[in-house]
Write a protein that binds this ligand. Structure first.
Ligand SMILES: [Zn+2]
Ligand SMILES: [Zn+2]
Length: 161
């Protein structure tokens, strides 16, 4: 008796398109590790490409927002923010005066946001936005961790459900 058996041929998902190099996000350097971008075969709601990754973080929309996943490339080049009128982080009011507006534009319009229990906010150091590096759970609280892009100091804030 044969020890092998032939598996029925499954209609697998369509192959993904060859993707351009993964975009760089200076203020959110590893969005795959933080979970703001995940592997997915879904097409981007804006460009329609199936490059294998979609954004899972928050979207702040002024009015109507196109339902559906966005790819990291449409976030990185500003197309999603520009064409859909959306932002990925609401930086709010507590931004230090010395942080230039172009930094805030980069964080709100061209950087993947992250999901928090409460309203997320960004952290700043050395006159610049810090890089979001992930979360840590401890004692029922979530710490949102950042690192200064200049002096390297670790920064964090916490919230809870
Ligand atoms: Zn896209
Ligand atoms: Zn610093």
């Amino acid at each position: 008796m044969a020890l092998w058996s032939r598996k029925p041929k499954e209609a697998g998902p369509e192959p993904l398109e060859p993707a351009p190099p993964f975009p760089e996000f200076p203020y959110h350097p590893d969005p795959l590790k933080t979970g703001s971008i995940v592997e997915s075969g879904l097409p981007c709601a804006l460009c329609g490409h199936r490059f294998g990754f979609v954004y899972t973080g928050p979207v702040f929309a002024a009015d109507d927002f196109v339902e559906g996943p966005l790819c990291p490339w449409c976030i990185a080049d500003g197309a999603a923010a520009l064409r859909l009128g959306i932002e990925f982080t609401d930086v709010g009011e507590d931004v230090p005066d010395e942080v230039p507006g172009r930094v805030l534009d980069e964080i709100t319009e061209r950087t993947p946001g992250f999901n928090g229990w409460q309203q997320e906010h960004w952290l700043y150091h050395c006159g610049d936005g810090a890089a979001f590096v992930g979360t840590t759970e401890a004692a029922g609280e979530t710490a949102y961790r950042f690192r200064c892009r200049h002096c390297g100091i670790g920064l964090a804030y916490t919230d809870s459900p």
